[in-house]
Each structure stands twice: as C-alpha cells, then as structure tokens.
Ligand binder design. Structure first.
Ligand SMILES: [Zn+2]
Ligand SMILES: [Zn+2]
Length: 254
C-alpha cells in the first residue's frame, strides 16, 4: 500500500545472504511512497516473504535488480507465475537491471518452469537494461546504476543510487570495496551497505571493517547493514551500527 503525508518507506522483506544465514530471507526491499511502489531485488525466497508481509503484489510497478545471482533474482519466476495465475495481474510491470537482463530473464524462467519464458503474460512486461552511470526515471524513481566488483562471470553487477520523492536511497548490492561506492552513497538519506563479514577480507564481498574506514568520506545520513553472513551476525550486538532485519521498516520523512 502506498504512503500518506509525504513519507517514503523501505521495508526489508528479506535481508539475508544466499545461504539462509540465521534463517533470513534472500534480498528483497519494498519501497513505497506517495506514488512510488517498487522492489529492489527479488531473491529466490522473496515471493514467500512478500506474502508473509501481506504486500499487495499487483501494486508493485517496478522490480529493480542489482545482479543475476539467485539470492537477488531467483524469485522472478515465482513472482511472474503468481502474477499470471493467482494475483491475476493486469497492471504493467517493469523489471530493470544490468545489461543482459532479457537473456537472464529467459534463462531463469526456463530453468524454473520450462516453457514459461514463452508464455505471454496478460499484462505488459518491460525488461529494461540499464546503463552504467546513466540516470533514468522509471515508475517515478530516478535511478543511477554504478558498476561494482562481485564476480568475473554473470555481470555486470550494479549498485544503485535512487531518488524517490525527494529522498536519496543507495544500495551497494553485493560487492568487494570499490571507490565507486563513495559516489553511490555520498550524503544519502539512507545507505544500505553489504557487510558480509565482520573483518575478514574476501574477494567479491564487503566486510564491515573496510566499510567503516570509508564512512567518513561517504557520510551517509543513515547507514543500515545488510546481506550478513553468520560471522557478521554473531558480532551484531557489539557494533554501533544499525542493521537490517527481515520485516524492519525504515521511514524517510521530509
Ligand atoms: Zn547476494
Ligand atoms: Zn551475489
């Protein structure tokens, strides 16, 4: 449902990693404003989590994808089949993400439900490939994708800086540290950042210690950690940073 009084809300439908750490659902954030209504990522477990949160699926106008790993994109077939057969969607839907989206869409649909990629939905479906650092407006949201470093295969991988009804929201997606994240999150009203490990450095993912080093440069107005492994989750009570939880609601007022 959309928001009144000029509030923009982000709800963590899922904030987990790919491995179900601590029983958290895969990544999916639901953003609603006075008009805006969209998802950021739709991981394999996201339809279950969306229904558990009683989200009105047909009101979602846009699904914005950071990358094509199953914990961020694997929920698309379930969402699409539900839209077709149970939610009886008639409203148009936009799925937007990195270049290659139409191919990855067909792959994920065919792998999950053979024949489903050829089934024409009863609503307008647009698959939109976004370009690096090229700002577009979709479903009333100003979207700027930034390239991040997450793997050699299956890319490109995106972080997003969004303007939603006057608020700046940023999300790192999955990535190791790259200076691009400064432009992604600088002075944002809300910066959602991966903190996969507490201090262990690994390729392709971000750890909290590295993120903290750069916070004085990024200066987000509010930081929320997400996509945490069991290692990071075990340290949560000792760190002075706000962390995501499934079902957590963030309100951005004017
Ligand atoms: Zn992930
Ligand atoms: Zn990933």
């Amino acid at each position: 449902m959309n928001q009144k009084n000029g509030v923009v809300q982000l709800k963590f439908i899922g904030c987990g990693d790919a491995f179900g750490s601590n029983g958290r659902f895969n990544t999916c954030f639901h953003v609603t404003g006075q008009k805006a209504n969209f998802l950021i990522d739709c991981g394999a477990s996201s339809l279950i989590a969306l229904k558990a949160n009683q989200v009105r699926l047909n009101e979602i106008e846009l699904i914005l994808i950071t990358h094509f790993h199953a914990d961020h994109f694997g929920g698309i077939p379930f969402f699409m089949l539900d839209a077709q057969f149970f939610s009886k969607r008639t409203q148009p839907l936009v799925i937007a993400g990195p270049p290659g989206l139409p191919t990855w869409y067909e792959r994920v649909m065919e792998t999950s439900f053979p024949g489903s990629a050829q089934t024409r939905p009863r609503f307008d479906l647009s698959l939109i490939e976004l370009s690096v650092e090229h700002t577009v407006r979709l479903a009333g949201v100003k979207i700027t994708p930034f390239p991040v470093h997450h793997d050699n295969l299956g890319g490109p991988f995106f972080a997003y800086r969004l303007e939603v009804e006057g608020r700046i929201m940023a999300y790192t997606g999955d990535t190791e540290w790259t200076d691009t994240l400064i432009a992604v999150g600088r002075d944002a009203d809300l910066f959602i950042a991966e903190a996969y490990f507490y201090e262990k450095k690994v390729k392709l993912h971000l750890d909290l210690a590295t993120l903290i080093e750069h916070l004085p440069t990024i200066k987000p107005k509010r930081l929320i950690l997400t996509h945490m492994s069991e290692d990071m989750l075990a340290h949560l009570s000792d760190v002075p940073y706000e962390a995501a939880a499934d079902g957590k609601v963030v309100l951005l007022k004017r």
